[in-house]
Design a protein around this ligand. Structure first.
Ligand code: KE4
Length: 428
């Protein structure tokens, strides 16, 4: 029995499913989750000492790679000065200033401890600001596990086949209107029908929780104009896309100004940190300034803030995102060319430092198309790569991530491993 097997057996004694977040459990790809012992740059090592080229990067935060030396040093130094105060610190001002500089749509920003906290709070704020109850989300998008958002959601819910969670009262779920991503007409019809009841629309500006789906420009433009016309708050959930697809995140990439934005992952550099922010008139409704309550014991935690500042300082370097985007495209182009040589129905695409791979001839533009992908083929591909020392997300419904630490050699080794995988396990 491998050490991973032993640990997984032991973990299940006191942890539900042996994991602290469901998608990690390998339930849709099958097999035993890998227990990592350490990571460095683009690589992680599991409990059996096997090295992997890592394309999960803790689900996006590690844009600099594992154990980035400058980030680790900064966190170590912060730790010696105290782990938490529950009181304001100067570093929180520095991070707020930096976030509002890099994200011009944000006049004010509140730090929290996870992406879920950020989106939950943004939703409550939009409802408090508008006095309306209905929220609009899109099927397959995942915004963390706040009750109103666990309706036809993506990520681990899609992976494990339960897109709508048990335990969410019907009285609450009925305020969540779920539409189809990239369907501008359906959106317009919904606003025509009930625009004056809609508090907000929340979306992933690049969907990354039903695998990767890129937005159609007209979809985003229609969304922005409808929200403005009907007084609904447009929330860009940039927890995954924030500082992942570019220095000004997806809103800068696509030139759309949301009313509120949520962040997580990269902004914490691998430590627990989320943020929500936006227009002053909305953000001034949040306690202690206004009537919408939100709080957190560890909000603005000095170690998370130190890691976030260290990470954002580095991604600002000239050429950082050009290099990251080129490397990510080299990966998706290499995989696609290899699959084509083997006559495999396969496609791939990237946006900045995130990518999607699909066992279908063309990249999906909608949830229904994602569901037409060959999930079994993905699962065989996943395990063939895992055996070859390449770690993809253990789900056909997740995006992948490249870091600044991935080298051309890592990309070439990944494409070579895929060549073997395509010849070995996939029917022509
Ligand atoms: P967290 O609460 O997990 O920090 O963030 C929730 C969240 C919010 N919004 C978006 C767009 C997200 O992608 C996420 C979390 N993403 C998943 C991966 N697809 C986290 C991994 C997991 O759930 O284990």
């Amino acid at each position: 029995m491998s050490r991973n097997d032993e640990l997984f057996q032991r973990a299940q004694r006191h942890i539900p499913g042996g994991v602290n977040s469901p998608v990690r459990a390998f339930r849709s790809v099958g097999g035993t989750p890998r227990f990592f012992t350490h990571g460095e740059g683009a690589h992680v090592w599991d409990a059996d000492g096997k090295r992997y080229i890592d394309y999960v990067g803790s689900w996006g935060p590690l844009i600099l790679g594992h154990a980035d030396p400058a980030t680790v040093r900064t966190v170590q130094a912060a730790a010696t000065r105290g782990l938490s105060f529950g009181a304001p610190t100067e570093a929180e001002i520095d991070l707020a200033d930096l976030l509002c500089e890099l994200v011009p749509s944000m006049d004010l920003v509140r730090l929290v401890s996870s992406g879920t906290e950020a989106t939950m709070s943004a939703l409550r704020l939009a409802r408090g600001f508008t006095g309306r109850d209905t929220i609009v989300k899109f099927e397959g998008c995942y915004h963390g596990h706040g009750d109103s958002l666990l309706v036809k959601a993506g990520s681990g819910m899609l992976t494990n086949g339960h897109p709508s969670s048990a335990g969410v009262p019907a009285d609450l779920a009925r305020h969540t209107l779920v539409l189809d991503y990239n369907d501008a007409q359906q959106l317009a019809d919904a606003f025509a029908r009930q625009g004056d009841t809609i508090a907000c629309v929340i979306l992933e500006p690049v969907a990354g929780n039903m695998n990767l789906i890129a937005p159609r420009p007209e979809f985003l433009q229609t969304l922005r104009s409808l929200c403005t016309q009907h007084g609904a708050v447009l929330i860009f959930d940039e927890v995954m896309t924030g500082f992942r697809v570019g220095l000004q995140s997806a809103q800068g990439l696509f030139g759309i100004t949301p009313d509120l934005s949520t962040f997580g992952k990269v902004v914490g550099g691998g430590l627990p940190l989320g943020a929500f922010g936006g227009r002053r008139e909305i953000m001034e409704k949040i306690a202690p300034l206004g009537p919408v309550y939100q709080a957190g014991t560890l909000s603005g935690n000095p170690l998370s803030v130190a890691a976030g500042l260290a990470t954002l300082q580095q991604v600002r370097a000239p050429g950082f995102y050009e290099a990251l985007g080129q490397k990510t495209r080299a990966l998706t182009d290499g995989l696609t060319a290899t699959a084509q040589r083997h006559g495999i129905a396969f496609s791939a695409q990237s946006v900045g430092g995130m990518f999607g791979v699909y066992f279908r001839a063309t990249p999906p533009t909608a949830y229904a198309e994602v569901m037409q992908s060959d999930k079994d083929a993905f699962n065989r591909f996943f395990h063939a790569l895992l055996d070859a020392g390449v770690y993809l997300a253990p789900s056909a419904f997740e995006a992948g991530f490249v870091s600044a630490a991935h080298t051309d050699a890592d990309i070439a080794a990944t494409v070579a491993a895929a060549e073997q995988a395509f010849t070995r396990i996939l029917p022509r």
